[in-house]
Design a protein around this ligand. Structure first.
Ligand code: AMP
Ligand code: GLY
Length: 440
């Protein structure tokens, strides 16, 4: 009999999770707030409701007889969904509320690293009032990054020298975050890192971590890495599971940082079970932590899960039970994922406009499509204010995977846009050259 698994969330990440579970023969149930047609098609039953409505989500899980739940986004974890599911005897891929603070409180994460001597930490402090922040800003020797303390979907962060010019603009934004209580009560100020960003996602069973292929996301809305920060416009990974600007040694360092963070949580009595996402900056002094997330990345989940033919379900069970086994083989292929987003995404996204997706033609072109924050009504797909769908190409090289991705994208039509530069040779060469300069 197949295992019943509840998947929480309705984005591209969750569609990729659902497909990976189906490949392993799981019977999938879904809770999401939008009607994602890809998930709807794969699920035995679904419930449209707020993913943070913990009592209702748990109720649905019990009703379907789910033995396991995979929580896609962070908000339900912050609301304590994992704790409540476990209380009802349902194994959960996704940490407890306490362990999820690694993502939900940037202050908690940095302090935990400091207390336990986890390497890869950077200069930071957290503030609740403008006057103390002002002294810190004025005394700080280098450039700063301003971050709301709580969750803002990656969109509340502003970087001096990019979004903010000079200390006055830094302070104006600190004031705005505090006054408007963006992301909760406080603000984090931290040293600006210079280098190339990368993502390492890992399976965690409370004791150890098992790293997946490295991925590079593209946060900026527009081609050439300009414009506002977004949830991520697209991402690529390489056939050797490293990145063109990064080798084995740096990957090992990043994985060790994550392992030590998981050990620290265990020592604190709040073991971390689920997917852990490390966002790093590769600097001239090696990988430094930008942040941790308590879940798969979105889009990064689409890159790595597309490479996993089988074994995801087994890993989910192993994480939930606290006993990771031997590593699973990700295919030695490169991937490129590009998000199709509504017109105006990044500033004023246009919801409710139709998108035409010719799935048959996309598959024929050799690409994979994952639906994201769209709504299906009467057989038609409409945009919401978030990213609409991801198209993934897989091939021997990044350049070839990019072509496959584009061949798929040609069959998506609507008032939408895509960052076509992701995964192209020119951008990759720029990354490699930038890293060479940073390393000196
Ligand atoms: P976050 O929400 O923490 O992932 O930050 C969003 C984006 O801001 C990151 O993807 C980086 O591009 C940038 N960023 C965050 N922290 C730093 C930092 N300390 N130095 C430089 N850039 C940063
Ligand atoms: N792609 C960035 C994130 O999932 O947080």
């Amino acid at each position: 009999m197949s295992i019943k698994v509840l998947v929480v969330g309705g984005g591209g990440r969750e569609h990729a999770i659902v497909e990976a579970l189906l490949r392993d023969g799981a019977e999938v149930y879904s809770v999401m707030k939008n009607l994602n047609p890809g998930i709807a098609r794969g699920a035995k039953a679904l419930r449209l409701l707020s993913e943070t409505d913990v009592p209702q989500v748990v109720e649905f899980a019990v009703q379907c007889g789910a033995e396991l739940a995979v929580v896609g986004p962070e908000a339900p974890l912050e609301a304590g969904l994992s704790d409540q599911l476990v209380k009802r005897g349902i194994g959960c891929v996704g940490p407890s509320q306490a362990a999820a603070r690694l993502e939900t409180s940037k202050r908690f994460a940095r302090r935990l690293m400091r207390k336990h001597g986890v390497p890869g930490n950077i200069e930071f402090d957290t503030f609740r009032d403008l006057e103390t922040a002002r002294t810190f800003v004025n005394d700080f020797p280098g450039q700063l990054v301003v971050k709301p303390e709580g969750l803002t979907g990656g969109k509340g962060v502003k970087v001096e020298g990019e979004h903010l010019q000079g200390k006055n603009e830094v302070l104006d934004y600190v004031k705005e975050v505090l006054d408007k209580r963006i992301g909760g009560a406080g603000v984090v100020l931290e040293e600006r890192l210079v280098g190339e960003e990368f993502t390492l996602q890992a399976f965690c069973d409370g004791r150890d971590v098992m790293g997946m292929p490295l991925v590079q996301d593209h946060k900026r809305a527009y081609e050439g890495d300009v414009g506002p920060n977004t949830g991520g416009m697209g991402s690529y990974s390489d056939a050797d599971h490293l990145l063109p600007f990064l080798g084995n040694e740096d990957k090992d360092t990043a994985e060790d940082i994550m392992r030590r963070a998981v050990l620290a949580l265990r020592e604190e009595g709040t073991p971390y079970r689920g997917i852990l996402y490390g966002q790093f900056m590769l600097t001239r002094d090696g990988p430094k932590v930008i942040e941790f997330n308590a879940r798969f990345g979105d889009p990064e989940a689409m890159n790595v899960l597309t490479l996993l033919e089988n074994g995801f379900l087994g890993l989910c069970q192993a994480m939930a039970e606290g006993r990771l086994g031997p590593p699973v083989p990700f295919q030695p292929q490169a991937t490129v994922c590009k998000y199709v987003v509504p017109a105006g995404y990044g500033t004023k996204p246009q919801a409710g406009t139709p998108i035409n997706v010719d799935e048959g033609a996309i598959v024929k072109a050799g690409a994979t499509v994952y639906y994201a924050a769209v709504d299906e009504r009467e057989g038609k797909v409409y945009t919401t204010t978030s990213r609409s769908l991801g198209v993934v190409g897989v091939a021997e090289t990044i350049e070839r995977a990019e072509e496959v991705c584009e061949a798929g994208l040609a069959h998506v039509k609507g008032d939408v846009f895509v960052r076509h530069d992701i995964g192209r040779g020119e951008l990759l060469r720029r990354r490699v050259e930038h890293m060479r300069q940073v390393r000196g």
